[in-house]
Design a protein around this ligand. Structure first.
Ligand code: NAP
Ligand code: G4F
Length: 344
């Protein structure tokens, strides 16, 4: 019997890679999608055929209960969130509701539908739950590199909401014995990354400049450092966490940190250009509070999950720039079609 997985956030970057990975592993994959005509669904269907969809919204408790009742999953991957950090200052309350309280609602849906804490205690057939926690929770870091025991000091409403999601997942594990785990994932990127995030903004910007479609790239803080990996590698780690005998949290990252300046320099150099000729610093992209440095200590994941990243930083950046060069050169793209993350 194949396992059945339900993924929230399936229309996002990670949802697509996780769906592909679980299909390869023989799973029956269901995605929860919101809205009555979500434009991201067509993109998903185009790239990943063999999935089932059900409706639901992390803001709506009843819809989550209905989704769990309908799908009867073995595993739930909660990837749905408002995930763009700057937006979390503009819509702090909505971010708390979707990215934070949404986790509680999904845990409650699983608890209610499985009867955990009432008629039944969790047993071998229980629904396993994965929460997409974030290195953004470490914020103003207390130590480097960051591991599973490093204290949190979030620096954005997004980071605060993720910390709530992390702790409520841990609490449901301890209160009800649920198989509920958090993956504390560091930044991971791909050609499917939303255009608002820095790596994709840079790969699209470099491609536009190389093709003569733009003559500058306006950026925020070039000194910030991140631990950037490839999203496809991180999807493997999510499944591995739910395949363990005991539910535990894991840090997932490469263990290497680079500055935004290094990212920009490398991306321009892949097409033979000097970034200094094109990059303009623009205070509009500076944040009210910054996370200056993130660097993972993925030792536990390596030793207990046998997880290793396969794609390095240089390969990742080249992959993204080449993909965007192909995208923007494509004659199949109508001239008046706006560039958006819809273009994978
Ligand atoms: P993403 O591309 O921004 O995708 C976010 C997903 O959340 C989309 O599918 C979106 O669906 C969905 N969503 C938004 N509001 C929702 C709501 N009210 N109810 C249900 N679904 C909703 O994010 P990602 O990069 O794939 O990241 C996946 C998860 O990992 C997120 O929780 C993110 O915070 C977390 N994370 C990401 C990284 C990273 O570096 N990528 C690192 C650590 C943690 P629509 O199509 O409806 O908009
Ligand atoms: O790509 P970013 O927007 O990612 P950020 O804020 O690190 O968040 C991402 O990773 C988190 C994991 O740590 C996830 F939880 C979260 O959902 C998301 O996927 O920005 C990276 C860095 C920041 O320090 C930012 O200030 O790049 C800096 N940056 C400099 N100029 C810029 C820009 N970021 C963006 N988006 N745009 C700029 O022009």
């Amino acid at each position: 019997m194949s396992k059945r997985a339900l993924i929230t956030g399936i229309t996002g970057q990670d949802g697509s890679y996780l769906a592909e990975h679980l299909l390869e592993q023989g799973y029956e994959v269901w995605g929860m999608v919101r809205g009555q005509a979500n434009p991201h669904v067509a993109r998903l269907r185009k790239h990943i055929g063999d999935i089932h969809l059900t409706t639901g919204d992390l803001l709506d408790q009843g819809s989550l209960i209905s989704a769990i009742e309908r799908v009867q999953p073995d595993e739930v991957y909660n990837l749905g969130a408002i995930s763009y950090v700057p937006m979390s200052w503009q819509q702090a309350e909505l971010t708390a509701e979707v990215t934070g309280m949404g986790v509680l609602r999904m845990l409650e849906a699983i608890r209610v539908v499985s009867g955990v804490g009432q008629s039944r205690t969790p047993g071998p057939g229980q629904i396993r739950f994965y929460q997409a926690s974030s290195s953004e929770m470490f914020g103003m870091v207390r130590e480097t590199p960051q591991n599973e025991k490093t204290p949190f000091h979030p620096r954005s409403p997004y980071g605060v909401a993720k910390a709530y999601g992390h702790y409520i997942t841990q609490n449901y594990r301890e209160s009800y014995g649920m198989f509920a785990v958090s993956g504390i994932l560091f930044n991971h990127e791909s050609p499917r990354r939303g255009a608002e995030f820095v790596t994709r903004k840079v790969s699209l910007g470099v491609a536009r400049i190389k093709l003569g479609l733009a003559d500058e790239l306006r950026m925020g803080n070039l000194d910030a450092r991140r631990d950037w990996g490839f999203a496809g590698d991180y999807a493997r780690a999510m499944r591995l966490m739910l395949a363990q005998d005991t539910p535990e949290d894991y840090v997932i990252g490469t263990g290497q940190t680079r500055s935004v300046r290094e990212l920009v320099e490398l991306a321009f150099s892949t097409v033979g250009l000097n970034w200094r000729d094109y990059v303009v610093q623009d205070p509009r992209f500076t944040r009210p509070a910054e996370v200056d440095l993130l660097c993972a200590d993925p030792k536990k994941a390596r030793e207990q999950l046998g997880w290793e990243p396969e794609v390095g930083f240089e390969e990742l950046v080249a992959m993204m720039v080449e993909s965007d060069l192909r995208l923007l050169s494509s004659s199949s793209r109508p001239e008046d079609e706006p560039l958006s993350p819809d273009h994978w």
